[in-house]
Design a protein around this ligand. Structure first.
Ligand code: ADE
Length: 240
């Protein structure tokens, strides 16, 4: 999968895509991340990318010309262009999964008070938000999208199943997890996990998923995929 990121601050993006799991996926050639400096496409003498808004108003707007030119230079057949914006659709696991099925995503990061509307109307397929708060620019939001989407790309995680086993994959939060030592200064790992009884462990993990979700995100239980057994366990927990 290829992801092109258009920004006036490429230095904010570069280090993040060189590290950890994203960096490994890039090295392996599973992910190609292209960082494009919008400023390089400005036709103006001083390589400006922003100007005052018509009709007045606070702040500056990103000018259409450098963005249209930058978009034109990266676009491919069938690519999907995204503008990071607090006005967009809020990112969910479903949207991340859906985006991961595209061969080429082009992500535009805004700055200042936003971008000229003609860009959004004519060159952007969808707007995505990472939550109801306003960031100083789209770069952090773009990185969140890149990270969340990449996890669904085959080969990016150790096993492709991992993204599907994580929190939210079946609408529930994850069960708590432990590693060695089994006893850390008297803080003990739950006995059942040391028992070697896999059926019992699976049951315990499911119950813990239900308990954790009920405690931290009860709203998720309305839409989670629950079996009859899950419903019984939940009723038992609620009676405690
Ligand atoms: N740009 C500024 N704020 C943002 C947000 N919440 N989500 C996506 N892009 C943004």
């Amino acid at each position: 999968m290829k992801i092109s990121i258009l920004t006036i601050f490429p230095e904010m993006i570069q280090p993040m895509v060189e590290c950890s799991i994203l960096g490994r996926a890039v090295k392996k050639g599973i992910l190609e991340i292209e960082i494009v400096n919008i400023r390089d496409f400005s036709d103006s003498k001083h390589k400006n990318t922003d100007d005052y808004p018509f009709g007045g108003g606070v702040g500056m707007l990103m000018m259409p010309q450098p963005i249209f030119s930058a978009l034109e230079s990266v676009k491919t057949n069938g690519c999907v262009s995204i503008y990071m914006s607090p006005q967009g659709q809020t990112l969910t696991p479903e949207i991340a999964k859906e985006l991961s099925t595209n061969e080429h995503l082009v992500i535009l990061c805004g700055h200042y008070e936003g971008v000229d509307q003609r860009v959004l109307d004519n060159a952007i397929d969808r707007e995505i938000s990472i939550g109801d708060y306003v960031l100083t620019g789209g770069e952090l939001a773009a990185l969140v999208v890149v990270d969340a989407v990449s996890r669904f790309v085959d080969g990016v995680l150790g096993s492709v199943d991992s993204a599907y086993e994580d929190s939210f994959s079946d609408g529930l939060l994850e069960a708590p997890q432990y590693t060695r030592p089994a006893d850390y200064n008297g803080l003990k790992v739950p006995e059942v996990l040391l028992s070697g009884n896999h059926a019992k462990i699976t049951l315990w993990q499911r119950e813990m998923q239900l308990r954790t979700t009920l405690k931290k995100r009860p709203d998720l239980l309305k839409t989670a995929q629950l079996s009859d057994e899950d419903v019984k366990i939940l009723e038992k927990i609620k009676k405690e």
